[in-house]
Every structure is written in C-alpha cells, then in structure tokens.
Design a protein around this ligand. Structure first.
Ligand code: ADP
Ligand code: MG
Length: 71
C-alpha cells in the first residue's frame, strides 16, 4: 500500500500521565478517518503530533515515507 501518512508506535505522555501509546496507522489520501473519544483523551494532542506541531513522547510520523522530524 502506498501510504501518505504513517504513525509508527506513537506515544504521548503529559507528565506522568500516558494519553496513548504504540499507535500505528497507515493512511492514504483516499481514506476518511474519524477520531472519536471522550473529552481529554488526547484527540487534539494526536492531531498536533500528526501535524508536526508537537513531538511524540516515543515513536514517529512519516509523510510520504519521510520522517516529519527530519523535514
Ligand atoms: N500543553 C499541555 N499541558 C498540560 N496538559 C495538557 C496539555 N495539552 C493537553 N493536555 C492534557 O492532555 C489531555 C488530552 O488533551 P487533548 O488532546 O486536548 O484532549 P481531547 O482533544 O481529546 O479533548 C487533557 O487532560 C489535557 O488537559
Ligand atoms: Mg480536542
């Protein structure tokens, strides 16, 4: 599959609290994905990480097979 964006074992911790860990996703421009969850579970944090606005605590994001931390 040709992946536009990939999440590789992405984790987010704020202080001692783990919001999510080991998230993996491969998505192309054709995918439509809903991100759902209760208030405060980390949806906005995940989108900020996917947009390169925040660094994940562990793991990385690739856009077109390039790590966004290197772009
Ligand atoms: N910069 C920050 N400093 C401290 N806590 C934060 C920060 N950003 C988010 N949080 C906390 O992380 C949790 C997830 O926040 P958020 O990603 O905004 O959740 P959602 O978008 O799912 O409602 C919340 O408990 C929020 O208070
Ligand atoms: Mg939010």
């Amino acid at each position: 599959m040709s992946c536009t964006i990939s999440l590789k074992n992405v984790c987010a911790k704020i202080g001692e609290r783990t919001l999510f860990e080991n998230l993996n996703l491969n998505a192309t421009h054709k995918d439509k994905i809903a991100l759902i969850g209760p208030n405060g579970c980390g949806k906005s944090t995940l989108l900020e990480i996917m947009a390169g606005l925040k660094a994940p605590s562990l793991g990385y994001i690739e856009l077109f097979h390039h790590k966004i931390s290197n772009l």
